[in-house]
Design a protein around this ligand. Sequence first.
Ligand code: G1P
Length: 295
Amino acid sequence: MRKKVTKAIFPVAGMGTRFLPATKSVPKEIMTLVDRPLVQYAIDEARAAGIKEFIFVTSRGKGALEDYFDLAPQLEQELRKKGKTELLEILKSTNMDSGAIAYVRQHKALGLGHAVWCARRLIGNEPFAVMLPDDVIAAEKPCLQQMVEAYAETGGNMVAAMEVAPERASSYGVLDISEDDGELVKVKGMVEKPPAGEAPSNLAVIGRYILSPSVLQHLNKMKSGSGGEIQLTDAIAQDIENENNVHGYRFRGQRFDCGSKSGFLQATVSFGLAREELRDDLRTYLKSIMLDGDT
Ligand code: G1P
């Protein structure tokens, strides 16, 4: 029997400079998509996939993120007193079990691979997930759950994958493919942020991973790669040489790059339209400004 994936690492140490000045005092992961912080979407997706332990790799200035996961007994009491049961339920759905969350500090900004490595002692010798909360994925079945199901067949390592325009490939980790079955692709190599025109395919890695503990061992010895940072992509690629398989998984769903302003705005509109109580107003407004734009 394959070991179940019950631990997930959330690298949240980045400074979020693209969202300055907001991120001067608010961690990027707490920024709000409709009415929930970005990180809540990642937590909900992880829970749906059976994750029980949530490991955050943080840095200086992320206090608000830790506070967010605290219980809010006073607020709960207030809502109960006022009979606001719906809000109470929403609030309770964000509560985490005691001991389910751990925080590890990344002391130096040495890259995604280094951030994941910082959590190595909490992972031990088990497969684990990595989720980048900037990548928000709207899907009927949450993306990580789709991957956990596919992983039950493949084992090894699995990365979420999505076709991107060739001119965008140099912003991503890109897969070099040996077999393509549609949903699953077998990977023979991976390149982090390839220079323009040198990408081995246009299938990009999106921020969901299921990884073998051996990847952590490669990270132990990893030298800096693309952009002078220690890259997770390079450590996963190294596992192929160790004859541990790597699969790309073409997930069903729509991915928003909430690490960019434009992606964040698109996600806000799309998640807003998906909410029954907001849909009509928002649609009327969007239609009205589109008409204005035509004149
Ligand atoms: C990271 C990874 C990259 C991946 C991307 C997905 O890059 O290093 O391989 O394609 O996330 O969002 P970043 O966007 O943090 O530069």
